[in-house]
Design a binder for this molecule. Structure first.
Ligand SMILES: [Zn+2]
Length: 57
């Protein structure tokens, strides 16, 4: 049984092969969450780079 990547709900048997999400809402919510995580990672990386530069200057 495959499950929705976003909310973990079981997908209908006929949808197992090609679907990873229950519906478009789950798909877009998952994509937004990924984007937010990526932005947070970039912000953390930028903070690290700034901190490293302050040490060397
Ligand atoms: Zn879902």
């Amino acid at each position: 049984m495959s499950r929705c990547v976003h909310c973990g709900a079981e997908l209908p048997a006929e949808a197992q092969i090609n679907r990873r999400f229950c519906d478009d809402r789950c798909r877009s919510a998952f994509r937004h969450a990924q984007t937010r995580r990526r932005i947070a990672e970039l912000a953390a990386e930028l903070a690290r780079l700034r901190a490293a530069r302050e040490v060397t200057e």
